[in-house]
Write a protein that binds this ligand. Structure first.
Ligand SMILES: NC(=O)c1ccc[n+]([C@@H]2O[C@H](COP(=O)([O-])OP(=O)(O)OC[C@H]3O[C@@H](n4cnc5c(N)ncnc54)[C@H](OP(=O)(O)O)[C@@H]3O)[C@@H](O)[C@H]2O)c1
Length: 340
């Protein structure tokens, strides 16, 4: 049995990790941590786990984590993970970091978007971006996974097939993205409290959201030239789920049947990406609570425009589900194990 731990277990993605890991047949949860003055039974923090998990959640200690675990999930805020990763890697542990600390390969760009200099350039170099649909072979051999962001997961999976087919204008990608409120974590800020979000719908950080450089980095890597997306996020008055509408300018006319065929062929062996038939669009309720990304397409042949709809659960395929998918690949377990 692989011994696994979660740092940040009291947060939204940490809680989802615990839910998945307690039903995973190949692992044993041995360590849970957050910022706590006193170690507290996890089922006291989350009564839903009573009778399912007998483990305390304690103040995070990197030494204790290394002693108790073979693999650690870091569900910590960005700029925090990089304080702990070097020690864990040095001790031969596998690490899956859910924060942004190891996603952007250019540390100048990291500093520009996260307002702090990167402290661990060595491990940044060897970290693998944990999107299995792109990097499965590298993930198999990795010690450190930079688990992708929620918005970037939906955006990259939505844009990949048409970009790789060489059919789209690289500068013409517009991503209109909407996320449920859990995407912002448990922080209490005015804009995220119930009366501000309920019965409301608003945009934020248009073209200045920290996920833009991550999307650009990954889409540029698979294209022959630089991709620079227009990225417009919005806050949906729901707890969880991401719905992205991606407008793609095509470099030649394409009909819907052909576009669907390109997407279906591209994802035919992927266990967690489902492409809808022509005329059917994805909905949040079909992916929330699952690790799936559902993709649907609309084509305007005369205008040479493809519209891609990509939907995920931000806490699962956008975070903890994908993190477990990565662990399954790294450790040679069945890729779908414990994931719906
Ligand atoms: N929410 C999403 O949809 C989503 C999706 C993809 C990626 N992510 C990323 O995943 C990470 C976690 O997100 P989240 O939404 O779960 O955040 P969250 O709900 O705010 O939880 C963060 C957790 O980290 C703990 N923590 C903070 N500083 C710490 C420190 N110095 N040492 C130890 N523990 C510390 C907190 O402890 P306390 O509970 O004691 O305060 C809390 O348990 C973030 O980097 C986020 O960007 C989130």
């Amino acid at each position: 049995m692989l011994r696994v731990g979660v740092a940040g277990a009291r947060g939204y993605t940490g809680e989802e990790l615990v839910k998945i890991l307690i039903k995973h047949p190949e692992v044993r949860l041995t360590y849970l941590a957050a910022t706590l003055e006193k170690a507290t039974a996890f089922d006291e923090l989350f009564p839903k786990f009573r009778g399912r998990l007998d483990l305390k959640c304690e103040n995070f200690s990197v030494d204790k984590a290394a002693e108790k675990c073979d693999l650690l999930f870091l569900a910590l805020p960005h700029t925090v993970s990089m304080d702990f990763v070097p020690k864990l890697i040095k001790k031969g542990k596998k690490v899956i970091d859910l924060s942004a600390d190891y996603r952007l390969k250019n540390f100048g760009i990291y500093k520009q978007w996260y307002h702090k200099a990167h402290k661990d350039k060595k491990n940044l170099k060897s970290s693998v971006y944990g999107l299995p649909e792109l990097y499965r072979q590298k993930i198999k051999k990795a010690s450190l996974i930079a688990n992708p962001g929620c918005y970037p997961t939906a955006a990259i999976l939505g844009a990949l097939p048409i970009l790789i087919a060489g059919l789209c204008e690289k500068d013409g990608l517009i991503i209109d993205a909407k996320s449920g409120v859990s995407g912002a974590g448990k922080k209490v800020a005015l804009g995220y409290i119930y009366p501000e979000v309920n019965e409301n719908f608003k945009g934020y950080k248009f073209n200045v959201h920290q996920h833009s450089p991550e999307i650009n980095q990954e889409l540029s890597k698979v294209s022959s030239s630089r991709v620079n997306v227009v990225f417009c996020p919005h806050l949906l008055p729901v707890n969880r789920g991401i719905f992205e509408t991606i407008y793609v300018r095509l470099n030649k006319a394409l009909d819907l049947a052909k576009a669907v065929d390109i997407y279906k062929k591209f994802y035919k062996d992927e266990p967690f990406v489902r492409v809808k038939n022509a005329g059917v669009l994805p909905e949040l309720k079909d992916v929330v609570g699952t690790n799936f990304c559902d993709i649907g397409l609309v084509c305007d042949k005369d205008r040479k425009l493809l519209i891609v709809i990509s939907v995920i659960d931000n806490l699962l395929k956008g975070a903890s589900g994908q993190a477990v998918q990565n662990m399954n690949i790294m450790c040679g377990f069945g890729e779908r194990t414990a994931l719906l």
